[in-house]
Design a binder for this molecule. Structure first.
Ligand SMILES: [Zn+2]
Length: 136
């Protein structure tokens, strides 16, 4: 549990919002986004929701570290992801959905392959022996 003033934790909770999808996996990021929105409303804050904010933001190591760098070490919000990635991989960095698909040039051949990195060599179709081509 973090020990920051109500003002600080509110400021940090607002600042961290655009970065949640980079700090947490998608279901956790969506859940936290919704919860923060509710807790940051004027009414909630007047009822002392900062304790809950502080608790939520300390549930995960990545958000806890983000808040610490922001509040204790005065990092600019836009530089914190870069700093955290030095220590551990963040879930939001995976972009496997954007891997381009390669297919066999022979019509009706359903061999395909997804290029996960730029260094990966493009394979040949095991049926036709032809180099796979990017699927447009
Ligand atoms: Zn083929």
């Amino acid at each position: 549990m973090m020990n920051y003033s109500a003002d600080d934790i509110c400021k940090a909770a607002r600042a961290i919002q655009p970065y949640l999808t980079e700090l947490l996996n998608a279901p956790n990021a969506q859940r936290l986004e919704r919860q923060l929105e509710g807790l940051l409303s004027k009414v909630s804050l007047e009822q002392g929701s900062h304790m809950k904010l502080s608790h939520l933001l300390s549930e995960h190591q990545s958000t806890r570290d983000w808040i610490r760098l922001y509040l204790e070490e005065s990092y600019p919000a836009e530089d914190i992801l870069k700093a955290l990635r030095i220590y551990y991989p963040l879930p939001g960095v995976e972009r496997s959905v954007e891997s381009p698909r390669y297919v066999c040039p022979v019509e009706k051949c359903n061999q395909d392959w997804y290029r996960q990195s730029r260094e990966a060599e493009i394979p040949v179709c095991p049926v036709h022996g032809l180099k796979l081509m990017i699927d447009s």
